[in-house]
Design a protein around this ligand. Structure first.
Ligand SMILES: Cc1ncc(C[n+]2csc(CCOP(=O)(O)OP(=O)(O)O)c2C)c(N)n1
Length: 317
């Protein structure tokens, strides 16, 4: 866990710049396929992953870049994967929703909503069986919490005291459906009690609050006490995907949430409470923006996978 708030800021910026520059590339028709933006949710990924090591694993969803970067995926291969290129972390086979790098504990994203939950439970069972003290984390949205896989995973994880950490990023919309039209009870975290595990609601735009709550859940899992459900209240600034006209919500609501920006919040703390010069932060921002810009150029300039390799890395039982 880093004690350096500047490093936390750098990680938030990395995700922010990645998302902002990819949105820009998409708007200029330079990005292939769908783009599910993580803008606005940066503090969730950074706060949770700060307590993890390479031996711990995460399973992500369709909105995964923030999780990948926070877990330490190298920026250029991650970006090339987004563009489906041979230099990507999965050789271009995973694409925007399915990047993975088991060497740093990223078991993959998932286009099936709720599909990552049982995979994470399996990884937690594996960690429990070989006694490595490792933890598995499942990132998912509030939409996924209405899938059967959520209840089934919670049940088995609690019954077997699996070292599982369930992180629900409640960004208020599942595609175009507002949370309050599908759920009568406003706190998903309350469901934890019904399965016999602790549940906690935390401000998902406050990276330090997320980090503290995550540290408790990770410690609990490591010490064999079993799973925890954390619900992070947050908001995705963009639509479900880039190009979504967002008719299901108002621009005023978006502005209200943008005023609670998780990145600007840390910048203010660094200046007001830590006495860091604004110029130092601006230099860091420029450096991170260049790193992302270079990665996008690398991705665009990289070749597509050779057609002859289409059947390699295909497994059949
Ligand atoms: C099993 C399944 N059902 C439906 C879909 C279509 N779908 C894709 S994303 C999404 C909404 C997911 O909402 P949430 O889990 O809250 O994540 P968010 O997009 O808000 O981050 C849906 C319904 C899908 N991909 N998989």
């Amino acid at each position: 866990m880093t004690q350096d708030p500047l490093e936390i800021y750098r990680r938030l910026l990395l995700i922010r710049e990645c998302e902002a520059q990819l949105n820009d590339a998409f708007a200029k028709n330079r990005f292939p396929g769908y783009l599910h933006s993580y803008l606005g949710q940066e503090a969730c990924a950074v706060g949770v992953c700060d307590g993890l090591t390479d031996s711990d694993v995460i399973v992500s969803n369709h909105r995964g870049r923030g999780h990948y970067l926070a877990k330490g995926m190298a920026v250029k291969p991650m970006m090339a994967e987004m563009f489906g290129k041979a230099s990507g972390v999965c050789g271009g086979r995973g694409g925007e929703m399915h990047a993975a790098d088991p060497s740093i504990g990223v078991l993959g994203g998932n286009g099936i909503v709720g599909g990552g939950l049982p995979i994470a439970a399996g990884a937690a069972l594996s960690a429990q069986m070989d006694g490595r003290g490792a933890v598995a984390v499942a990132f998912f949205g509030e939409g996924a919490s209405n899938n059967g896989s959520f209840g089934e995973t919670m049940n088995v994880a609690a019954a077997w005291k699996l070292p599982l950490f369930l992180v629900c990023e409640n960004n208020l919309y599942a595609e175009m459906t507002p949370f309050d039209q599908t759920v009568a009870q406003p706190d998903i975290a309350l469901r934890a009690a019904g399965y016999g595990m602790p549940g906690e609601v935390v401000d998902g735009n406050d990276v330090f609050a997320v980090r503290e709550a995550a540290a408790r859940a990770i410690a609990r899992a490591r010490s064999g006490e079993g799973p925890t459900l954390l619900e992070l209240k947050t908001y995705r600034w963009g639509g479900h995907f880039e190009g979504d006209p967002r008719k299901y919500r108002t621009r005023e609501e978006e502005d209200e949430w943008k005023a609670r920006c998780p990145v600007a919040r840390v910048r203010k703390i660094l200046i007001d409470e830590r006495g860091i010069e604004a110029a130092q932060l601006t230099a860091l921002e420029t450096q991170v923006a260049s790193e992302i810009a270079e990665a996008i150029v690398f991705a665009i300039d990289s070749p597509l996978p050779e057609p002859e390799t289409a059947l390699s890395k295909v497994y059949a039982a």
